[in-house]
Design a protein around this ligand. Structure first.
Ligand code: DMJ
Length: 641
C-alpha cells in the first residue's frame, strides 16, 4: 500500500527535505510543502512560548543554590525553613529585594575578582622557567608525601630502651690489625659507593653491567634491600654520611604498600632485622616505624589452617602461598622458624602481643610434633600440620631455625628456658645422626635424606661452627668445652673447603666421599656468591678463644675476595672457585654488606664493639640488644612471663 502523504502534488517529484544529518535515510525525510508549512507553524508557536516563559515566569535568581564549597561567599539564609537543616544549602527569598541585589553584586564581584586572580596566576606561571615549575611541583609533591607519612606513622608507646653497650669503638691497639680493619672499611666504601652510583634504590647491584639487580625473594618492586641491609654496618664502621644518605632514602622512598609478592623470611631477616638494628644503634624513630609498618604487612602470611606461615606473601593483597619446589606445598623450617628474634622485638617496641603470639604458636606446634630420630624435617605442610619429605639439614632449609632457638634464649637474658631446651635437644640429635668424621679426620655435618646420611656439607652449614661456640656456655651436663671444640672443628673443616680451591674461596657445597674431602664435585656446586658463613664462624671462634688463626683465616678470605671478586663497579660472586681465571656472576648480594664485611670488620676490632653479652646478631648479622627485662612490668611484654 502507498501512503497518501508520499504522493506527488504534480507530476514533478518534490525534492526531499532532509531533517537529519546527511546520512539520514531519505524516505523518512521526504515531506510535502503543506506539511513543511505546518511544521513551521509549530516551531514559531514553540519559540513564542519560550519567550513568554522567559518574561513571565518568576525570577529564578531568588531561589539560588549555594554549595558548601563556596563557604566564603555564602549568604546568611533569610528563611530559617528546610534549608537551615542542611548547612550546605541556603535559600534566599523575601521582601528585602535591595539587600539581595547588593549580595548578588558582591557575589558577582567576588567571582570576577577570583577569575582575575586565577588568570594572573596562570600568566605568572607561564612567565616561569620549566625548572622553576618543576621545582614547585616537587615541593607540592613532597608536602603531600610528608602529610601521608604523618598520617601513616602510628605513634608507638614509649618503652625503656635496653642499655646499648659498645655501639661504636673497637679500635684495635695493634697497628697491623688496625690497617686490616681500615682495609675492610675501604672495601665497604667501594661496595656502597658503587651501589650508590649504579644501583641506588634497587635491591642489589650488578657491578659489571653497572645497574640494579633483584631476585624473586624481594618481589617485583625496588625496595632498596642493600640500603636497609647495609645500614648497621655503615654505622659501626663510622660511615655516618653514608648512613644518613641511606636513612633519607628510607624516609622518602621505602614504601610497603606495593603489589609485590615477597619472601616472608628474607624480608624479616634483612628488612625488619636491618631496620630494628638501625633503630637501636641510631635511636632514629623512622626505622622503628618502618619496621612495624612492614611487619603488619607480613601478618596475613600467618592466615593458614595451622598458623604456620606461607613462604611468600603479597604485601598489598595479603595473599600467601608456598614455593612451588617445596615438598608437597610445604613451608620451610628455616623460614618459618627464623622469625622469633625480630617478632619478639616488635612486640617489645609496640606493646602489641600479636607478633609474639605468632612465633610462640609456631614453637608450641613444633613441640607437639613427633620428630623422626629427634630430628626436625625441613618441610612442614601449613594446611595439614604434617611433615613433608623427611629431609634434615643444618645447612640450607634448616640452618637458622636452630640458630634462633639458641638466640631466643640469649636475647631473653637467658630466661627463655624452653628455647634453650629445644636447642639442646636438637643439637644432641644432630650430633648423633648428622655429624661425622671423614677418613682424613675432618668433622663435617651431613644431611639426612631419604633414610640415609648424605656426606655433603653446604657453605651455609658452616655458620654452625659459630653457633656451637656461642651455645657452649649454658650447655647441658657441663659440655661447654665439648661444644667449643666442635665449633672449632667445623671452622677447620670449612677453612679446608676454602684452602682446597684455586681462589681460596669456598664452594657452595662440598663432599666427603672416598678420596674426596671438603671439595665440590658437581659443577653446579662450585660457585662462591660472597657468602658470610665461614667468616661468621671465624669471628665467633675468635671472640671465644682469641686464637690468632681465626684472624689469619679471615684475612686470607678478605684478600681472596679483594683479588677475585672486586671489580671496578663493586664486588661480584664467582662461578667456579677451582678455576684460576674467575668468571663473575655479576651480582653484589645485599648480605655481602650486611654480613660478610661486618663480620670481617668485627674480626679485626676489639671485643668492646658489640659485646656478645649485650647483643645478639640475627641470622643476617643485624645486632639486636639483649632484653634485660626481669624487673620491667610492661603490660603484655612477652619477655615477662
Ligand atoms: C643470609 O641471607 C642469611 O645468613 C641467611 O640465614 C642464609 N643465607 C644468607 C647468606 O648466605
Amino acid at each position: 500500500m502507498t501512503t497518501p502523504a508520499l504522493l506527488p502534488l504534480s507530476g514533478r517529484r518534490i525534492p526531499p527535505l532532509n531533517l537529519g544529518p546527511p546520512s539520514f535515510p531519505h524516505h523518512r525525510a521526504t515531506l510535502r510543502l503543506s506539511e513543511k508549512f505546518i511544521l513551521l507553524l509549530i516551531l514559531s508557536a514553540f519559540i513564542t512560548l519560550c519567550f513568554g516563559a522567559f518574561f513571565f515566569l518568576p525570577d529564578s535568581s531568588k531561589h539560588k543554590r549555594f554549595d558548601l564549597g563556596l563557604e566564603d561567599v555564602l549568604i546568611p539564609h533569610v528563611d530559617a525553613g528546610k534549608g537551615a537543616k542542611n548547612p550546605g544549602v541556603f535559600l534566599i527569598h523575601g521582601p528585602d529585594e535591595h539587600r539581595h541585589r547588593e549580595e548578588e553584586e558582591r557575589l558577582r564581584n567576588k567571582i570576577r575578582a577570583d577569575h582575575e586572580k586565577a588568570l594572573e596566576e596562570a600568566k605568572e606561571k607561564l612567565r616561569k622557567s620549566k625548572e622553576e615549575i618543576r621545582a614547585e611541583i616537587q615541593t607540592e609533591k613532597n608536602k603531600v608525601v610528608q602529610e601521608m607519612k604523618t598520617k601513616e606513622s602510628k605513634p608507638l608507646p614509649p618503652v625503656p630502651i635496653p642499655n646499648l653497650v659498645g655501639i661504636s669503638g673497637g679500635e684495635p691497639e695493634d697497628s697491623d690489625i688496625r690497617k686490616k680493619r681500615e682495609k675492610i672499611k675501604e672495601m665497604m666504601k667501594h661496595a656502597w659507593d658503587n651501589y650508590r652510583t649504579y644501583g641506588w634504590g634497587h635491591n642489589e647491584l650488578r657491578p659489571i653491567a653497572r645497574k640494579g639487580h633483584s631476585t624473586n625473594i624481594f618481589g617485583s618492586s625496588q625496595m632498596g634491600a642493600t640500603i636497609v641491609d647495609a645500614l648497621d654496618t655503615l654505622y659501626i664502621m663510622g660511615l655516618h654520611d653514608e648512613f644518613l644518605d641511606g636513612q633519607r632514602w628510607i624516609e622518602d622512598n621505602l614504601d610497603f604498600s606495593v603489589n609485590s609478592e615477597v619472601s616472608v623470611f628474607e624480608v624479616n631477616i634483612r628488612f625488619i632485622g636491618g631496620l630494628l638494628a638501625a633503630y637501636y644503634l641510631s635511636g632514629e624513630e623512622i626505622f622503628k616505624i618502618k619496621a612495624v609498618q612492614l611487619a603488619e604487612k607480613l601478618l596475613p602470611a600467618f592466615n593458614t589452617p595451622t598458623g604456620i606461615p606461607w613462604a611468600m606473601v603479597n604485601l598489598k593483597s595479603g595473599v600467601g602461598r608456598n614455593w612451588g619446589w617445596a615438598s608437597a606445598g610445604s613451608s620451610i623450617l628455616a623460614e618459618f622458624g627464623t622469625l622469633h628474634m625480630e617478632f619478639v622485638h616488635l612486640s617489645y617496641l609496640t606493646g602489641d602481643l600479636v607478633y609474639y603470639k605468632k612465633v610462640m604458636h609456631i614453637r608450641k606446634l613444633l613441640q607437639q610434633m613427633d620428630r623422626p630420630n629427634g630430628l626436625y624435617p625441613n618441610y612442614l605442610n601449613p594446611r595439614t600440620g604434617r611433615w613433608g619429605q623427611y629431609h634434615t639439614s643444618v645447612g640450607g632449609l634448616g640452618d637458622s631455625f636452630y640458630e634462633y632457638l639458641l638466640k631466643a634464649w640469649l636475647m631473653s637474658d637467658k630466661t627463655d628456658h624452653e628455647a634453650r631446651k629445644m636447642y639442646d635437644d636438637a643439637i644432641e640429635a644432630i650430633e648423633k645422626h648428622l655429624i661425622k668424621k671423614s677418613r682424613g679426620g675432618l668433622i663435617f655435618i651431613g644431611e639426612w635424606k631419604n633414610g640415609h646420611l648424605e656426606k655433603k656439607m653446604g657453605h651455609l652449614a658452616c655458620f654452625a661452627g659459630g653457633m656451637f661456640a656461642l651455645g657452649a656456655d649454658g650447655s647441658r651436663k657441663d659440655k661447654a668445652g665439648h661444644y667449643l671444640e666442635l665449633g672449632a672443628e667445623i671452622a677447620r673443616t670449612c677453612h679446608e673447603s676454602y684452602d682446597r680451591t684455586a681462589l681460596k674461596l669456598g664452594p657452595e657445597s662440598f663432599k666427603f666421599d672416598g678420596a674426596v674431602e671438603a671439595v665440590a664435585v658437581r659443577q653446579a656446586e662450585k660457585y662462591y656468591i660472597l657468602r658470610p658463613e665461614v667468616i661468621e664462624t671465624y669471628w665467633y671462634l675468635w671472640r671465644f678463644t682469641h686464637d690468632p688463626r681465626y684472624r689469619q683465616w679471615g684475612w686470607e678470605a678478605a684478600l681472596a675476595i679483594e683479588k677475585y671478586c672486586r671489580v671496578s663497579g663493586g664486588f661480584s660472586g664467582v662461578k667456579d672457585v677451582y678455576s684460576s681465571t674467575p668468571t663473575h656472576d655479576d651480582v653484589q648480594q645485599s648480605f655481602f654488606l650486611a654480613e660478610t664485611l661486618k663480620y670481617l670488620y668485627l674480626l679485626f676490632s676489639g671485643d668492646d664493639l658489640l659485646p656478645l653479652d649485650h647483643w645478639v646478631f640475627n641470622t643476617e648479622a643485624h645486632p639486636l640488644p639483649v632484653l634485660h627485662l626481669a624487673n620491667i612490668t610492661l603490660s603484655g611484654n612477652p619477655a615477662v612471663r
